[in-house]
Design a binder for this molecule. Structure first.
Ligand code: NDP
Length: 281
């Protein structure tokens, strides 16, 4: 049986982004808190880019102990904190902030470990020597490139609507492995082993225009976006007979468990939450 919950007001956590209304993070952290008998609340804070710095600092001075950060603020969050973990330094993007009693604001990035956990543990993907294509060069892409390259891929290609961002990211991580940046139109076959959609196009109901030949019968297509039913990206992948498709639910839950670990010192079990989400979505 779990020990009794502490008396007194709950510790405050939450998610800052714009938009955030679609988020399942309160549900996920609520389940984690219950399973680990942690006395906390987790709320959504919709904060626009212009207000991000001021409003986020205000949340911490008003007693919030930890925040997740989502689009479009991950790079701004890396500039806001006064300390970064090594993986957040590498990414220059932050999805988790912990506020400690000595007033340190520590920025971490759990997106990469969340994606790798989902691919390897939940989906049983072996990443070594694979040809991987990453679509998008925003905050989420920044967080996953280092952890992907640590798996000794054969090659990682970053394709983005805005070319200079793809090239810049490829240059930043060139010391870690075989990596290149290009536009969607410049992509060429042979088919990739894994295509990860880290654009926010799915949120707008869109799919970038892609050349033929990237998807074969061995290709796994992973959309970081999550929601009910198919996304434009998973529909595209299915129309090209990809081996399988997945959405970002597993990444979402695994990155949340890593944030919870940073805040509370306990890594909750993710399987019950994944099972509950599968019933709700
Ligand atoms: P950002 O706003 O930082 O970056 C958005 C990226 O999407 C940029 O590369 C942008 O290209 C590209 N983009 C936006 N609209 C389009 C479009 N219509 N066509 C092509 N490219 C487009 O967002 P994040 O990186 O933080 O998030 C990206 C996605 O990943 C979101 O859907 C988010 O929900 C998801 N995500 C999921 C997680 C999970 O746990 N499952 C964790 C983190 C993110 P450009 O540079 O040209 O503007």
């Amino acid at each position: 049986m779990n020990p009794p919950l502490e008396a007194g007001p709950p510790d405050q956590y939450g998610l800052v982004g714009h938009p955030v209304a679609h988020s399942w993070s309160p549900f996920i952290h609520g389940m984690f808190a219950k399973a680990t008998a942690q006395h906390l609340v987790y709320r959504l804070f919709d904060i626009a880019a212009d207000d991000f710095r001021r409003e986020t600092l205000r949340l911490f001075t008003s007693g919030v102990r930890g925040l997740n950060i989502t689009l479009p603020h991950k790079q701004a969050a890396a500039e806001l904190v006064n300390e970064l973990t090594p993986r957040a330094t590498r990414a220059q993007a932050v999805n988790t902030i912990a506020f400690f009693e000595d007033t340190t604001l520590l920025g971490d990035n759990t997106d990469g470990v969340g994606l790798i956990c989902d691919l390897e543990r939940n989906l049983q993907v072996d990443l070594a020597d694979k040809r991987v294509l990453l679509l998008g060069a925003g905050g989420a892409a920044r967080g996953v490139i280092g952890p992907l390259l640590e798996r000794e891929l054969r090659v990682l290609t970053i394709a983005n609507r805005t070319l200079f961002k793809a090239r810049k990211l490829a240059a930043e991580f060139a010391d870690m492995g075989q990596i290149g940046g290009c536009t969607f139109a410049e992509l060429q076959g042979p088919p990739c082993d894994l295509i990860i959609n880290a654009t926010s196009a799915s949120l707008q109901g869109e799919m970038p225009e892609m050349p033929d030949g990237l998807v074969g019968e061995q290709t796994l297509c992973y959309d970081m976006a999550y929601g009910r039913g198919e996304t434009p990206f998973t529909l595209w992948a299915r129309s090209l007979h990809a081996r399988s498709t997945a959405k970002g639910w597993g990444m979402l839950v695994e990155q949340a468990a890593e944030s919870f670990l940073l805040w509370r010192g306990i890594r909750p079990s993710t399987q019950p939450v994944l099972a509950a989400l599968a019933q709700h979505t």
